[in-house]
Design a protein around this ligand. Structure first.
Ligand SMILES: Cc1ncc(C[n+]2csc(CCOP(=O)(O)OP(=O)(O)O)c2C)c(N)n1
Ligand SMILES: [Mg+2]
Length: 376
């Protein structure tokens, strides 16, 4: 069955005027960087340089780039496992991102997280989460945290907006509904952005989700305003998201976005894509966000040579990232539990029972603790 998510979005292909050409050029470069990074990841995965799961972001670049451009560096971001694009859009050095993919100490999480767990504290990126829907309550918690800090601790006005990204498959998780309810109830400054690419693994949204043709209905149930945005048009994403972010920042009310997009590759590295037709893929490939921005920029003096020069630049940058990651040492197993548990309980000292569980040294110690006691 084919997806029904590609009904026309309320935003249309955008013209450039409101956005400075230089800014749009920087988005084009960033999208090209993400595309090149993902292509090299796919290759490295085939070459067995990357282990575990790996989900690439080809086709969805305008979402991460447009959304991050619409908010400030202090605004927290949290996302799911298709996260390399968000990390790069947010400003992570591709070297650290690639080293994380390779399981090397130079990775953003010292190689302990891998593809699905890109973290960048300096850039306020709070992951990268592999459990479908897990990051939505975290996003709501981040929004609660910034509001509490700004208003209660500092006695000022709430100033930050959190972006919580999810896939359309996560709409059916309880965590989405609990998080939306709390965000609505507590007036939290969070924008819940559904990267609606029409599929949850091999399941089309029309097969797995009620109101799949209009998921804003889900936000309505929680009294949360929503918008439908064409996620293949970075200028439109930026413009609409800027308005929404400004409004959420001012009103301290949450918002929900149905961001219509498409993933050009399979769900993960081993997906023959038998659940969708080649015609459908071709239709979306014509909407390639990179091609669309390139066309918009042509009228503003960015020609083919400029585009090719940009491509050469990002190729060199990603080649350098791969070489750097390969030079970075493989993360030793002694690192496994370091930085995992907070210092009060850690670091882990090598028993099979993490010290987090009541400070016990061993499993025997832990099981000896009275289940009615403080610990639980
Ligand atoms: C709680 C949970 N259930 C199932 C899975 C297996 N799983 C991994 S990805 C995925 C599909 C999610 O699709 P979507 O949210 O639309 O994200 P997309 O892959 O399209 O970016 C599923 C079911 C999981 N990781 N976590
Ligand atoms: Mg999806």
């Amino acid at each position: 069955m084919t997806s029904t998510h590609n009904a026309p979005a309320t935003t249309t292909g955008s013209e450039l005027p409101a956005v400075a050409t230089e800014l749009a050029r920087s988005w084009l470069r960033r999208m090209l960087l993400i595309r090149e990074f993902e292509n090299r990841c796919a290759q490295a995965y085939q070459d067995r340089k990357i282990g575990g799961f790996c989900h690439v972001y080809n086709g969805q670049e305008a979402v991460a780039v447009g959304c991050t451009a619409a908010v400030g560096a202090a605004d927290p971001i949290v996302t799911a496992y298709r996260d390399h694009g968000h990390a790069l859009a947010r400003g992570m050095d591709p070297r650290h991102c690639m080293a994380e993919m390779f399981g090397r100490v130079g990775g953003c999480a010292k190689g302990k997280g891998g593809s699905m767990h890109m973290f960048d504290r300096a850039n306020n990126l709070f992951g990268g989460h592999g459990i479908v829907g897990a990051q939505i309550p975290l996003g709501v918690g981040l929004a609660f945290g910034t509001k509490y800090e700004d208003e209660v601790i500092n006695g000022g006005k709430s100033s930050r907006v959190t972006l919580a990204f999810l896939g359309d498959g996560a709409l059916n998780q309880g965590s989405f509904h609990e998080a939306m309810n709390l965000a609505g109830l507590f007036d939290l400054p969070v924008i819940v952005i559904c990267e609606n690419n029409g599929y949850s693994m091999g399941t089309a949204i029309s097969r797995g989700t009620t109101m799949g043709h209009d998921i804003s209905a889900k936000a309505l149930a929680y009294g949360i305003e929503s918008a439908v945005i064409d996620g293949m048009d970075v200028i439109g994403v930026y413009g609409a998201m800027k308005q929404i972010a400004d409004s959420v920042r001012a009103s301290c009310r949450p918002a929900f976005v149905d961001m219509r997009t498409y993933r050009f590759k399979g769900h993960s590295m081993s997906d023959p894509r038998k659940y969708r037709t080649r015609e459908e893929e071709e239709r979306f490939e014509k909407e390639d966000p990179i091609g669309r921005l390139k066309s918009s920029l042509e009228a503003h003096g960015v020609n083919d040579d400029d585009f090719k020069a940009m491509q050469r630049e990002v190729r060199a940058q990603v080649r350098d990232a791969v070489a750097w990651a390969e030079r970075s040492p493989v993360t030793p197993s002694a690192e496994l539990y370091r930085d995992v548990f907070i210092e009060r309980w850690g670091p882990y000292t090598g028993s099979s029972q993490p010290e987090m569980l009541g400070g016990s040294e061993t499993v025997a110690d832990f099981t000896a603790i009275d289940p009615e006691g403080d610990l639980l």
